[in-house]
Design a protein around this ligand. Structure first.
Ligand code: HEC
Length: 134
């Protein structure tokens, strides 16, 4: 299933990663697909930011839960906002995330990427999956 098909098929708020970021094999494969799909061009090789927001701090633009991050990457900013999401927090860079749901080939690839992203998280531990609208 493509990420967009997966996101379209599940009610908002219900997507949950099948992976843990403590699973080294998953994180390793996730880092490879992250690079293959060019996420690093904007977010840096380890997700620490660059010309785009860092993925590793405790600022989550929409929220930090699995469901929100999956939908943001799959749909991109425009479609996510059309579906009723709005920015809750601000990174140092504000701009639209392109829809990557047609680029990333499968939902499994996207969950692996998100496990890799979480493995590089450096923010406050209690905010790893979102701070509840901090
Ligand atoms: C063309 C540049 C670009 C590319 C390529 C890109 N992103 Fe993004 N990304 C952004 C921007 C800009 C934002 C902020 C979106 C917003 O504020 O609406 C963002 C936001 C995010 C966020 C949320 C960050 C937060 O702090 O809440 C995640 C997670 C993310 N991107 C993951 C990815 C992944 C995974 C890929 C590769 C499949 C990717 N991005 C490719 C530009 C990019």
């Amino acid at each position: 299933m493509t990420p967009v098909q997966r996101a379209d098929s599940a009610p908002q708020g219900t997507l949950k990663s099948p992976y843990q970021d403590s699973d080294a094999a998953v994180v390793d494969s996730g880092s490879k697909v992250y690079l293959r799909y060019g996420c690093n061009g904007c977010h840096g090789g380890n997700g620490g930011g660059g010309i785009c927001p860092p993925l590793t701090n405790d600022v989550w633009v929409y929220d930090g839960d699995d469901d929100t991050l999956f939908r943001l990457v799959a749909y991109g900013t425009q479609v996510l906002q059309d579906k009723g999401y709005s920015r809750k927090d601000m990174e140092n860079v504000v701009g639209p995330m392109p829809p990557m749901g047609q680029v990333v080939q499968t939902d499994d690839d996207l969950w692996r990427i998100l496990a890799f992203v979480r493995s590089n998280y450096h923010g406050a531990p209690e905010c790893k999956f979102g701070c509840g609208g901090k």
